[in-house]
Design a protein. Structure first.
Length: 634
């Protein structure tokens, strides 16, 4: 943080803490200089360097008063030097509140972006400290931190103000929280949620409802999904269920007034129905949710299964939900299935259920639950047939745990039906050469590759950039094994050429094959490569064919727009974007997921439905701001 230190004082400044060879003022024969007067009349940093050096020589720096005076002068934004002050501060063995206040105050008055960043770092300390005070109901300490935040001007930060509101509510000081909220120069949705949530935790339901409707009428800030969750919680816990302003009435009113009816909003409405005994209504809402294509999550599963358990509606097998993309529902239903001894037909059904559940784990990236299912299979001595082993290998591979996939594969006595699965899994996890080795091993063992096997092989060649090998295996597939190429095979070959920048070879390959109506993978691979390498003419050619197959393909429009933007053809960019708007085509948001403690968290572009989304995005915004300041200063 400190790039340099002024050349003065001399090296004795650095020797102060390591070599105490100077005589103390009491034993020195030299008269003790009047440092108090010197420091009081000091007018420049050059003079302060000389006074500081003399104090080090006579060991007068040991006096806390003198040390504080030097720090105070060097922290002054007018005549001081904050680099020097920070260096001095770092060498103080026992710092007190005056030292901290002096340094922070100096940084707060600085106009330097670099030094402002240091102050931002200090401001970041307040929210976790205030959170700790609130969690411990340490009101006295929280008030002290509040005073300290005022002194160093941290209360200008909305993040700190929101933390203060939360702290006071947790300490049962709602009046203090309301004063801060009322005096906020600006409020965001987090500010409103802090107050609404605080009153809800204190059981002050009328205040919750009043604030909620005030927020609805606010011009700038509108309720989000978390606001609805807290409102529903307040209504259901109030016990006043007959009023129209409580659940389920409030659910229907606000559920359809939300700016975006996202997953959390749906969950909140179902949660309110279930808590109030409206089980059929909860199930009806769940069906409506699926019909409209809304995404489900773990909270959805738990809520709807709770409703089903009350009215004994466990009629759906996990496989049905897997087929419709409701993987989380499938997993939760499996969790709630009875554990008992089965007959032959029941065992067959149960194995199908296990395969479906493993497929759901693979699709959702739920590695921990997949491991639990594997352990369950072993613990109950369930026969590991080829289908079940293939499902396990696929699940581990798609969850990024290829070592366990190989472990399951090698433990099998008969591998005839799972070669394609392990080759595809290795290719998926960037083990391209190992995938090709397993293919050769398969052939040596007398295995006969099929269409799916060659998709994994060609994909491995594409990922590793093995052009000659890719050509060899494509000819092997068509001429030796007589397997007609599908759009997936051709897409892998186009991707193989395109990744290496061989766009003309990719086009020649396409011209030499007959493309079926399902050629999205082929033209999509070519268009994506044109975007990377900036081949505008070929990009337009690929986009025309791609849109001829599917006029509503949002990816084709976006990629073509990116090619135009790269070529600075902004009028064409606007034209493509306008075409999307006119046809009502929206870009499908990207999605990423992470499993934490056995729970899979998914994040979509522009999606704020995560239960901790507000805190996550606020921290991201703060980090972005700090990075921007660093870029400006550099």
């Amino acid at each position: 943080m400190i790039s340099s230190v002024p050349p003065c004082p001399p090296p004795s400044f650095q020797l102060q803490r390591s070599k105490r060879t100077f005589k103390s003022p009491a034993t020195s024969n030299t008269p003790f200089p009047p440092f108090h007067s010197l420091l009081h009349n000091c007018s420049s940093m050059q003079l302060l360097h000389q006074i500081h050096a003399l104090m080090l020589k006579t060991n007068a720096i040991a006096d806390p008063f003198h040390l504080s005076k030097i720090l105070s002068f060097s922290s002054s934004p007018d005549s001081g030097d904050l680099h020097y002050a920070f260096k001095l501060f770092s060498l103080i063995p026992q710092r007190n509140s005056f030292h901290w206040n002096t340094l922070i105050h100096g940084f707060s008055l600085s106009s330097s972006p670099e030094q402002k960043n240091l102050l931002l770092l200090i401001h970041l300390l307040f929210p976790p400290v205030l959170r700790a005070c609130g969690n411990m109901s340490a009101a006295f300490e929280g008030i002290q931190v509040h005073c300290y935040a005022v002194k160093c001007e941290a209360v200008a930060d909305l993040f700190v103000l929101n933390s203060l509101v939360q702290m006071y509510f947790k300490c049962r000081l709602s009046d203090n929280a309301c004063i801060i909220f009322d005096r906020m120069p600006e409020r965001n949705v987090v500010s409103w949620n802090c107050v609404i949530g605080g009153f809800a935790e204190m059981g002050m339901w009328e205040n919750v409802k009043s604030l909620f409707w005030d927020m609805v009428e606010d011009i700038v800030v509108k309720p989000n999904a978390l606001t609805l969750v807290r409102m529903v919680t307040a209504c259901t816990k109030s016990g006043d269920l007959n009023r129209e302003t409580c659940a389920p009435g409030i659910l229907r009113i606000m559920g359809f007034r939300m700016p975006i009816r996202n997953t959390v909003a749906w969950n909140a409405m179902m949660y309110g129905y279930v808590l109030n005994g409206y089980f059929d209504e909860a199930i009806s809402l769940f069906i409506e949710m699926l019909i409209l294509g809304a995404k489900t999550d773990e909270a959805t599963m738990i809520t709807i299964l709770s409703a089903c358990s009350k009215i004994r509606k466990f009629a759906y097998w996990p496989s049905r939900y897997v087929k419709t993309g409701q993987k989380e529902v499938a997993l939760e239903i499996f969790h709630n299935m009875p554990r008992k001894r089965f007959g032959v037909m029941e065992c067959l059904d149960y194995c199908i259920t296990l395969v479906s559940s493993l497929s759901a784990c693979a699709g959702a990236g739920a590695l921990e639950l997949g491991k639990w299912l594997h352990a369950y299979i072993k613990r109950n001595d369930i026969e590991m047939g080829a289908t079940l082993c293939s499902a396990l290998i696929d699940m581990y591979a798609k969850c990024g745990c290829i070592e366990l996939s190989l472990e399951v594969f090698e433990s099998m006595q008969c591998k005839d039906l799972v070669w394609s699965t392990i080759i595809g899994g290795l290719s998926m996890n960037a083990h391209s050469k190992l995938a090709l080795e397993y293919f050769e091993r398969m052939v040596e063992c007398g295995g006969v590759p099929d269409s799916i096997t060659f998709i994994g092989v060609l994909s491995a060649c594409s990922h590793a950039g093995l052009i000659e090998e890719g050509k060899h295996y494509f000819l092997l597939m068509t001429e030796v094994y007589g397997i007609p190429p599908t759009s997936e095979h051709c897409g892998c070959m186009v991707d193989l050429f395109a990744r290496q920048g061989l766009l003309s070879e990719a086009k020649d390959f396409i011209d030499g094959i007959s493309i079926s109506s399902n050629g999205t993978a082929i033209w999509g691979a070519l268009l994506g490569a044109c975007t990377i390498y900036g081949n505008l003419e070929l990009a337009e050619y690929a986009a025309r064919h791609l849109l001829a197959i599917n006029p509503a393909n949002s990816g084709a429009y976006v990629l073509l727009s990116n090619v135009y933007a790269k070529a600075s053809r902004w009028s064409d960019v606007r034209k493509v974007r306008n075409m999307m708007k006119e046809q009502g085509i929206e870009k499908i948001p990207g999605c990423s997921s992470i499993e934490v403690n056995g729970v899979v968290h998914e994040f979509f572009v522009g999606d704020f439905s995560h239960s901790q989304g507000e805190e996550i995005y606020m921290m991201l915004n703060r980090l972005e701001k700090m990075l921007q300041n660093q870029m400006i200063s550099s």
